[in-house]
Design a protein around this ligand. Structure first.
Ligand code: ZN
Length: 371
């Protein structure tokens, strides 16, 4: 399969249709809001790492770019991504002018400023409070449509949480015309997300970009979810003349919950980490989940019974000394979580055998055992 890509104004489009599953379509990726910093640097980064993100769910055997080219280190990174998926490295060609890294005075970035990709969930909150504790100044940036399934509610909750924190929230509005290929789109996600943050780092003179850590990295982890690839990508950015420091805290998801429950319980209640898309969430709240546990203190953002909701609520049951709910309801909730996880692992596979979720389940079951 060959894909031919044209770049213009923070927008990448395929000229030809590409096939995925039993469909064919043109694919595209664009930043559509005026507020996104538009500079030679941001255009360069978008064309390079946007191309990587555009091809990542499809992995075509031939990538042709028109009017721009992929610079050597980016070509090598893309080839590495293919090989990590067990695919042969693609043939990469271009027509028209060769792209060069924009030359400018090296940006003076300050180590006390940080950029935090923010989607209204617990991780962005955790990074925010940790940066504050370390006396750094965090700037919050939300990428709309990074996660297609939950994008509208993510934006809503990012705004609400930023308002609660009394912080300004920058929004990069992404329009993603790539087929939803489930976890395949995660292959390049973290690399692309960081690349979208770099223009904000330059705008705010921030040296740090704080992303999720890799403590829960499993053997099936996707390409950009692996720590070694993020380390290499950080070096690549530096070599290209973007002296940012991509940083992360390597602690497990359950430890993030424990920390926030103990130190910032009110903040946590303002987060959203639910995987259900809005109509489903609505049905779960009205009918399929909440009414089964009439006294259970669900957060407003929760459906109550998805991967993320189970994780958050099990953590609250385990770590929150002020958690108030009749014991029989808590026990039933834990049983439901246990059944759900076992079924998912059986039917959907390894992704659901998440270390943090399994750990929380065990501790919660232990806690509720009759003594
Ligand atoms: Zn949920």
């Amino acid at each position: 399969m060959k894909i031919t890509i044209v770049y213009k104004d923070l927008s990448l489009q395929s000229v030809n249709t590409v096939s995925f599953g039993n469909k064919t379509q043109r694919v595209s990726l664009s930043i559509v809001n005026e507020a996104y910093p538009k500079t030679p640097e941001s255009e360069f980064l978008f064309s390079q790492f946007g191309t990587m993100h555009l091809v990542s769910p499809l992995l075509p055997s031939h990538i042709e770019t028109v009017g721009f080219s992929l610079v050597k280190p980016v070509r090598e990174l893309i080839q590495k991504m293919y090989r990590s998926c067990g695919k042969q490295a693609p043939h990469i060609t271009h027509t028209g002018e060769e792209t060069r890294v924009p030359k400018r005075k090296r940006a003076q970035l300050r180590k006390e400023f940080s950029i935090i990709p923010f989607s209204g969930g617990k991780d962005g909150l955790y990074h925010y409070v940790k940066e504050k504790e370390a006396k750094r100044v965090p700037h919050l940036v939300h990428v709309r449509n990074m996660n297609l399934a939950a994008s509208s509610s993510e934006t809503e909750w990012s705004l609400k949480l930023a308002q609660f924190l009394k912080e300004h929230l920058d929004i990069a509005h992404l329009k993603n015309g790539t087929p939803k290929n489930g976890f395949d789109t995660m292959r390049s996600r973290d690399v692309f997300l960081v690349a979208l943050m770099v223009p904000y780092a330059i705008t705010y003179s921030a040296q740090n970009i704080v992303i999720e850590g890799f403590a829960d990295e499993g053997e099936h982890e996707c390409f950009s979810g692996q720590e070694k690839h993020m380390i290499a990508f950080n070096k690549l950015l530096n070599d290209l003349g973007f002296p940012v420091r991509v940083r992360w805290y390597n602690i497990s998801e359950w430890q993030v919950f424990k920390y926030l429950i103990e130190a910032y319980p009110k903040h946590l209640a303002h987060t959203s980490s639910c995987f259900a898309y809005p109509p489903l969430k609505n049905r779960m709240q009205r009918k399929d989940c909440w009414p089964k546990y009439p006294h259970f203190p669900f957060f407003k953002s929760q459906c109550g019974a998805c991967f993320k909701c189970y994780m958050a609520n099990l953590a609250r049951i385990v770590f929150d000394g002020r958690f108030s709910c009749p014991e029989h309801e808590v026990t039933r909730y834990i049983e439901a979580a246990d059944k759900w996880v076992k079924k998912k692992i059986r039917t959907k596979g390894h992704y659901f055998a998440d270390r943090s979720l399994l750990h929380l389940l065990e501790v919660a079951k232990e806690k509720m055992k009759p003594t």
